[in-house]
Structure formats: C-alpha cells, structure tokens
Design a protein around this ligand. Structure first.
Ligand code: NAD
Ligand code: MLT
Length: 310
C-alpha cells in the first residue's frame, strides 16, 4: 500500500527525502482552511509548521489521516482534541529548535539593550546620531525567566555566563536543576518587581494567556524590558503598548504576536519595540532537526508504530 503525505508548510529537504524513501509526498504550502479541507481526504499524513491551522473542520474532512506532525515545539495550531477523538496521532519535534530559539532570545535581548535595529535603520538612512542610541548593559542585570523548560533553562545558562543574575518562575519547576544552574526560583509576584529584563518561555495555554498584562506590568520595575520569543498572546499587546507609551516599560523585543502577521498592530509601530517575523526556530540546524524528527515519526506511525513525542 502506498501512503500519501501532505507537507503544508516549508520543511527542510532532508525531511522530505526521508519521507520520499517511504511514501508519496506532496508539498503544497500557503493553503487556506477551505483549500486544505478540499484535499486533506487524500492523505494519510500531514506535516506542518506554524503556518497551517489544523482546525476541527480540517480534521473532520481528513477521512484517511493517521498522523499530524508539527515540525517544531508548539502544537497550538492543531486541534489536538479533535484529532484524538478521530484516533489521529499528533506528534511534534520539541527539542530540535531549543537552541535556535534560545539564541534568538539572547540576540533579541542584546539588540533591545543596545537598540541595534534602530541604530542600523538610522545609519542606513544616512544619519549619524550617536547620542540617540544610548543603551544599557546586560552585566549584573536581573533576568526574569517565566517558563523554565527547555528554552528557559538553556537561556539561563547563557545569561549567567554573561554575568546576569537569573531568577525564574515555573509552576512545575525542577528546583534541583535551577539550583545546579545558579538560578533563584521565585513566585511571579516576587519576580516581576525585581527583574530588569523579563522573558517568557511558556506554552500558550489558558493559564498563560495575557500573563503579562496591565496588572502585572504595574508591579514591574520602572524601565523594565520585555521579550517574547515564545507565543503571541502570552503578552497583552495593547497593555504593553500603553505601558511603553507611558514610559513604564523601556522597550520590548517581539518575535511572536497575537495575530501573525501582526497587520494593523499598534505595538510594532513604536520605536522602543524591536521585531522579527517568528524567526525563533529559523536556523539551518534547527530546521534540519525538526524536519528529520517529524518525518521519522510519520513513517513510524504509518508503519503501525507509535510516535516519540506526542
Ligand atoms: P517546554 O515545554 O520545554 O517549557 C515550557 C515551560 O513552561 C515548562 O517548564 C512548563 O512547566 C512551563 N509552564 C507551563 N505553564 C506555566 C505557567 N502558567 N507559568 C510559567 N511557566 C509555565 O517548552 P520550550 O521548548 O522551552 O518552548 C517554550 C515556548 O517557546 C513554547 O511556547 C514554544 O512553542 C515556543 N517556541 C517558539 C519558537 C519561535 O520560533 N519563536 C521556537 C521554539 C519554541
Ligand atoms: C515552535 O513552536 O517550534 C516554533 O514556533 C517554531 C516554528 O514555527 O516552527
């Protein structure tokens, strides 16, 4: 029997080659929900990144589907309940892009502290405004990490190497690991007022939706800088906008947004806000890792086995 797999977001060639050694593969990206619904019935497997919304309607139309693979960590673009009800296995590749996302967060934090994107744009406009881009050092600043999982922990290690003091909150924190790394475990109420930089590394779930909001910002240090390379929606963008305009928050670095792309978003218009288009996992190394991981899991499931990460 020949299986058919649809790849509906860009996936590294190495993953496609592995799949082609086992089954037929169609690459068809940028599909609307309606377009996906029309064709999904032909496929046994579906591989996505964050661009495809695998809704309950898509799953309803997926008569033969046995496997949905997310080449990355977050499965918030897949209706996992609907998939489970239909017996479809959903798997991700959670570790393959950890270092990429961690390094992107570090790069964003340093760029935010030194206003590098703003200064770059200014020089390219032909300006030479050295005093306009006064920055702050990371050295001896307190970094508050909210969500101490894979990315949070890797980031902590690197921030400590930069002589930052690192504090962290996670309801399921591994205290032993935090101690080993030299990270002080705190409650959110303790972390918000002491951190100079706050970075979120949680999934987007009910408990983390708008975790950074008007109320939490009010108790933060004046001049705090906030980074989100996890998921749009963990920060209430409208509240963050108001806090930056009011001068309470000195700046923010955003890789992810409540709506992607963030069309008509006020927050991205602010000079104090630096932005990237959901690039956390966009390294050659990470894309190879996640593509190979989901391709192998897809084959395993189509052969009747089970996936490693569900
Ligand atoms: P992880 O599962 O290893 O860690 C997430 C941590 O968040 C866990 O330790 C969990 O206990 C903690 N958590 C859960 N609820 C919490 C709460 N209410 N408050 C604080 N912490 C809470 O995940 P990860 O691989 O470290 O990824 C973190 C986030 O980064 C995810 O949202 C993932 O989708 C996202 N991500 C983004 C990119 C990107 O391209 N920007 C790339 C990779 C991962
Ligand atoms: C993830 O959750 O892994 C990231 O958002 C990266 C991606 O979009 O692939």
């Amino acid at each position: 029997m020949t299986y058919k797999v649809l790849v509906s977001d860009p996936l590294a060639d190495e993953g496609i080659e592995i799949l082609r050694g086992f089954c037929e593969v169609d690459i068809n990206t940028g599909l609307s929900e309606d377009e996906l619904i029309k064709i999904i019935g032909d496929y046994d497997g579906l591989l996505v990144r964050s661009g495809t919304e695998v809704t309950a309607n898509v799953i309803e139309a997926a008569a033969k589907l046995k496997f949905i693979g997310r080449a990355g960590a977050g499965v918030d673009n897949i209706d996992t309940n609907a998939a489970t009800q239909r017996g479809i296995i959903v798997a991700n590749a959670p570790a393959g892009n950890t270092l990429a996302a961690c390094e992107h967060t570090l790069a964003m934090m340093a760029s935010l502290a030194r206003k590098i994107p703003q200064a770059t744009a200014s020089v390219k406009r032909g300006e030479w405004k050295r005093s306009a881009f006064m920055g702050v050092e990371l050295n001896e600043k307190t970094l508050g990490i909210v969500g101490f999982g894979r990315i949070g922990q890797e980031l902590a290690r690197r921030a400590i190497a930069l002589d930052m003091k690192v504090v962290a909150y996670d309801p399921y924190i591994n205290e032993e690991r935090a101690k080993e790394l030299g990270v002080e475990v705190m409650t959110l109420d303790q972390l918000f007022p002491v951190a100079d930089f706050i970075t979120v590394h949680t999934p987007l779930i009910k408990e983390t939706k708008h975790l950074i909001n008007k109320k939490s910002i009010a108790v933060m240090k004046d001049g705090v800088r906030i980074i989100n390379c996890a998921r749009g929606g963990i920060i209430n963008e409208s509240d963050l906008y108001d806090a930056i305009v009011a001068g309470k928050v000195a700046g923010a670095a955003l890789d992810v947004y409540e709506n992607e792309p963030p069309k008509d978003s006020k927050i991205i218009t602010l000079d104090e806000v630096i932005t990237t288009p959901h690039l956390g996992a966009s390294t050659v190394e990470a894309q190879l890792n996640v593509a190979v991981s989901v391709a192998k899991q897809c084959i395993e499931v189509l052969k009747g086995g089970s996936a490693k990460f569900v």
